[in-house]
Design a protein around this ligand. Structure first.
Ligand SMILES: [Zn+2]
Length: 154
């Protein structure tokens, strides 16, 4: 099922982990609406500006989210968030473009190592009820532990 000009629902529900462990990952109708909104508001504008992007994770059923070690309050479980990256622009530059040009709830530059332009990915969420906080953060791995810093570090 196509959910925007360039995105298929399967891109936002596919998960190698779900396949491997036989975990169901079908969104409810409410979560499907949220996935469609995040696609229209975030993924499609990024696609139109930078070309093809790879979606690493969209919807996660609670079972799948636990399996991949996601946070208990993950917006992925509501279909409100997507993780993605582009081979044409570094993650810090892509995050900066989103922060400047799009409305969003949370934008996280995840695990960019400061050297390899393709390291890490972008997490971005969108809430259709208009309560978007435009909160930016950077997730870093420091001695094996995840730390979150306010703002987008590059
Ligand atoms: Zn994420």
């Amino acid at each position: 099922m196509r959910i925007s000009k360039n995105f298929w629902l399967s891109e936002l529900t596919k998960s190698p982990t779900a396949e491997r462990f036989g975990i169901s990952n079908d969104p409810s109708s409410e979560h499907l609406v949220n996935l469609t909104v995040v696609t229209h508001e975030i993924l499609q504008p990024v696609r139109e500006h930078f070309g093809v992007i790879t979606v690493n994770s969209g919807y996660r059923s609670p079972t799948l989210n636990t399996k991949v070690g996601g946070s208990k309050t993950s917006q992925h479980c509501n279909g409100e968030a997507a993780d993605f990256e582009s081979s044409r622009i570094s993650n810090p530059k892509l995050a900066a473009w989103i922060a400047k040009n799009l409305d969003f709830d949370q934008l996280i530059l995840e695990f960019y190592d400061g050297k390899d332009p393709n390291s890490g990915w972008i997490h971005c969420s969108y809430k259709k009820d208009g309560s978007n906080r435009k909160k930016t953060m950077t997730a870093l791995k420091i001695r094996g532990k995840t730390q979150y810093k306010q703002g987008l570090l590059s």
